[in-house]
Design a protein around this ligand. Structure first.
Ligand code: 5RP
Length: 218
């Protein structure tokens, strides 16, 4: 089974957690693209979607799923999104697709965060995947120097501007033994919009696609 097939299995399993006539939160990435395709099959049974990126919005709309403005609703139930890494505490590194800030906002509003991953994303300690940090462009040199003090190697992602008009710095070589503390520490650097550690808002449920089937981690 290919990695993409494992992603697809996890994504399709998430549809079972969507309550009829509710608003669905939709993340970003190749795993989520499979989820959007599956969601389109039940589009008449949902109230619409809130989206975490222009990319997902375009795919949702192309498949006839109404996309609602997050500011027009007071809350919703299930948010489904992928991850670049996830540990046993359901804390994640996200932002490989540069959508981390909007993902964190939509996840904050959701009652339940369902993370869909293939088994290659499971790790003991976060940090092998370079940690994405969204920064205000004029602060990128300053933020890079501050990030280097934390022991990582910051690299500005070439040719990428986020949906919010900002830059992404990928921090290589971190060994994130205390995700919650590091998430807060990096967010306190002036010029950082947010970083890709999802520890303050970890997942509630993880669906792991593998060659053996889809495992549910509660
Ligand atoms: C985008 C993300 C994605 O969820 C993460 O990069 C995983 O992507 P994929 O499903 O393509 O492996 O955080 O910002």
């Amino acid at each position: 089974m290919t990695q993409d097939e494992m992603k697809r299995n996890a994504a399709r399993a998430a549809v079972a957690y969507i309550e009829p006539q509710t608003i669905v939160g939709v993340g970003t990435g190749s795993t989520v693209n499979h989820f959007i395709d599956a969601l389109a099959e039940i589009k008449d049974q949902i109230a619409g979607a809130v989206s975490s990126s222009e990319q997902s919005t375009a795919r949702l709309k192309a498949l006839g799923i109404p996309v609602l403005d997050l500011n027009s609703i007071s809350g919703f139930g299930v948010y489904v999104d992928g991850a670049d890494e996830i540990n046993a505490a359901k804390q994640m590194i996200k932002g490989g697709g540069a959508a981390l800030t909007r993902e964190k906002i939509v996840a904050a509003v959701a009652k339940t965060f369902i993370c869909i991953v293939d088994s290659t994303k499971q790790v003991e300690v976060l940090g092998k995947f370079p940690l994405p940090v969204e920064v205000i462009p004029m602060a990128s040199s300053y933020v890079s120097r501050e990030l280097a003090k934390l022991g990582g190697k910051p690299v500005v992602r070439e040719g990428v501007v986020t949906d919010n008009g900002n830059l992404i710095i990928d921090v290589h070589g971190l060994h994130i033994s205390e995700p919650l503390a590091l998430e807060q520490q990096i967010n306190n650097i002036v010029g950082v919009v947010t970083n890709g550690i999802f520890a303050a808002r970890a997942a509630d449920l993880v669906l792991v696609g593998s060659a053996e089937g889809t495992q549910v981690l509660r």
